[in-house]
Write a protein that binds this ligand. Structure first.
Ligand code: DX5
Ligand code: ZN
Length: 217
């Protein structure tokens, strides 16, 4: 199985973002958490910051939008060159229309679900997406504990994708660390977002290698 490790710069030093992304050059992508203080009770940054991170990052950008007005804002992240743009199922009435627009701009389209959101209504939409993000914490903050109870959703997505022969990446985000990543991998995740366990480590590169190894066992 391919294992992808996407460190989240939510846990990096916001005044030293260039140094932060340079420290994770061995990652598969940099996970960029955009929050608007409406969809989640926290506020991070917007397109101009993401454009600058994109300009200096050695790895592609995996943008995770935790915002309400995705129809207005999501296309701009695809236009600035983000490798993938993931929006929340809870934030739009037309996930398929937005996914098609993102793909037409040239970005991978991702759909995210909060821990309390059932996955069943979205399983039939999987062919419209390149990746599915199952939140393993309540979105909004780094450093929370991994919620094992959402892993059946990961397994459900993996099973539908495999049965249908879909090449969709299954991502988990929140509380991913050396002691939790194997369960997520076993449930069927192949793409792992890790904030505090990478940027909180003395050596982010070593932390990435450790997560990669733990996911593969
Ligand atoms: C939470 C964000 C995550 C967060 C993960 O709302 O979507 O990407 O940075 O942080 P950790 O890995 O510390 O749980
Ligand atoms: Zn995230």
């Amino acid at each position: 199985m391919t294992v992808r490790i996407n460190p989240s710069i939510l846990s990096a030093d916001f005044v030293n973002m260039q140094t932060a992304v340079e420290a994770i050059a061995t990652a598969d992508a940099v996970h960029v958490d955009v929050m608007d203080n409406h969809f989640v009770p926290n506020l991070t940054f917007g397109p101009e910051m993401v454009r600058r991170v994109q300009a200096v990052s050695p790895v592609p950008l995996d943008v995770h939008l935790m915002i309400t007005d995705v129809d207005r804002w999501a296309p701009g992240y695809a236009e600035l060159g983000a490798f993938s743009v993931t929006f929340h199922a809870e934030a739009t009435d037309d996930p398929v229309g937005l996914a098609r627009l993102l793909r037409s701009i040239g970005s991978r389209a991702g759909l995210a679900v909060k821990p309390g959101t059932p996955i069943e209504p979205y399983l039939e939409l999987l062919p419209e997406f390149d990746q599915l993000l199952v939140m393993t914490v309540e979105p909004g903050f780094g450093g929370q504990s991994f919620m094992t109870e959402v892993l059946p959703k990961v397994s459900a997505v993996r099973s539908v994708a495999d049965t249908a022969g879909l090449d969709i990446w299954v991502q988990v985000d929140g509380g991913v660390a050396i002691d939790t990543i194997a369960q997520a991998a076993e449930a069927g995740a192949d793409t792992f977002v890790a904030g505090s366990s990478v940027f909180g480590a003395a050596d982010p590169g070593l932390a990435i290698a450790g997560l990669r190894a733990a996911a593969a066992t």
